[in-house]
Design a protein around this ligand. Structure first.
Ligand code: NAD
Ligand code: GLY
Length: 365
């Protein structure tokens, strides 16, 4: 698929982090002719980090957008199971073989897996170099490309090795989503619904009205969804870059989701699918706590179902759930902290919930 030839005026948001502030550009054609990508390079050397699926789709367009750079590309294997330290060796090897110096820029061209790995390579190569996020999945456009969380998985836990390292820019061209499989589009919608639930009730209600258009990839709806999601995320990241507090709300549903992904070996469930089930579980626990009404809980499940996403997790023994949830990064001093809902659009990070409420959720699905 060839990106559109000339970029329309992009939507422009800012992640406001003082000297580490950066723009999020959202617009059709941003990877086509006249692409602003080269404007954000730190120096002349650039390494495109992508994968074997994305490279044939958008590798050439990216290379054309960087004609004046001293450029190389590293193509990683595709899949969450490759999001690990050994895969990163390929990136470090190429950087060193090409004598890339500290003024180089990595271009993360791909979904969240590529973005997290390229970002971590950038955070660690020569103690930190620049990178640009060019997300190619909906999930990456609305979530993983923004906010500077980078890293890889360990067999014992998801995203357990990582660093905060902000990109210089995020360039989100919704045209690139034309080739995205439906299942991956739906996985991204889980993170979109998350924003509505955790702090933007109006967005949640808007999604209830616009889910069909979103699933049909209506361009205006896609652009609106990316912008509203990024606006939510940028505001939270600007307020709490290092997750000392409020940023943890972005992990709504994720304590359950990471347990699902770890239990299933990062293979059968997509991250977004696990998040979808996790949102329903968080809703269920909140309902058990008496914080959500029957109707609120039903609306969560209905919106997740309308997106074609799972509303329940795979069967796991309650003790296994607890083991897996206990090693999540949100667990503090051995106690499980959860993000729960006091209302639709109002999430809270808390250890203060009755264990019976969580037990009912872990037993109840
Ligand atoms: P992904 O990167 O695996 O991409 C999904 C699939 O789509 C892959 O097979 C990929 O090659 C393919 N693909 C990508 N773009 C395509 C396109 N335009 N057309 C066709 N195929 C395309 O998965 P994802 O859902 O983008 O990201 C999930 C990852 O993101 C997880 O590892 C998760 O932990 C991470 N994540 C990170 C953050 C963060 O803040 N850093 C936030 C959320 C999720
Ligand atoms: N996706 C969670 C975060 O960026 O904090």
């Amino acid at each position: 698929m060839a990106p559109t030839d000339s970029p329309a005026t992009p939507r422009h948001l800012a992640v406001d982090l003082g000297e580490r502030s950066y723009p999020i550009l959202i617009g059709s054609g941003l990877l086509g002719e006249g692409s602003p990508l080269a404007d954000y390079l730190a120096g002349r050397q650039a390494l495109v980090v992508t994968n074997e699926t994305v490279a044939p789709l958008f590798g050439d367009a990216t290379t054309r957008a960087l004609t004046d750079a001293s450029l190389d590309t590293v193509v990683l294997p595709d899949g969450e199971r490759y999001k690990e330290l050994t895969t990163l060796d390929q990136v470090y090897d190429r950087l060193l073989a090409d004598a890339f110096d500290r003024s180089c820029t990595l271009i993360a061209l791909g979904g969240g897996v590529v973005g997290d790995m390229a970002g971590f390579a950038a955070a660690t190569y020569q103690r930190g170099v620049a990178y640009i996020q060019v997300p190619t999945t909906l999930l990456a456009m609305v979530d993983s490309s923004v906010g500077g969380k980078t890293g890889v998985n360990h067999a014992r836990g998801k995203n357990m090795i990582g660093a905060f390292h902000q990109p210089r820019c995020v360039i989100a061209d919704p045209d690139l989503l034309a080739t995205l499989p439906d299942r991956e589009l739906r996985a991204g919608i889980a993170e979109v619904i998350k924003y509505g639930l955790l702090g933007d009730y109006a967005f949640f209600a808007w999604l209830e009205q616009n889910m069909a258009a979103l699933l049909a990839r209506d361009p205006a709806t896609l652009a609106e969804v990316i912008e509203r999601s990024c606006r939510n995320k940028a505001a939270i990241v600007a307020a709490d870059e290092r997750e000392a507090g409020q940023r943890a709300l972005l992990n709504l549903g994720h304590t359950f989701a990471h347990a699902i992904e770890t239990a299933t070996g990062y293979s059968s469930w997509l991250h977004g699918e696990a998040v979808a089930a996790g949102l329903c579980m968080a809703g269920h626990t909140s309902w058990q706590c008496g914080w959500l009404s029957d109707n609120d809980r039903a609306r969560i499940d209905s919106l997740i179902a309308a997106a074609g996403l799972p509303t329940a997790p795979p069967a796991l023994e309650p003790q296994r759930w607890r083991e897996l949830m206990g090693i999540d990064k949100k667990a503090k001093d051995g106690r499980i902290r959860l993000i729960l809902l006091r209302a639709l659009g109002d999430a809270v990070v808390t250890e203060d919930f009755p264990d019976e409420a969580l037990a009912a959720t872990l037993n109840g699905f």
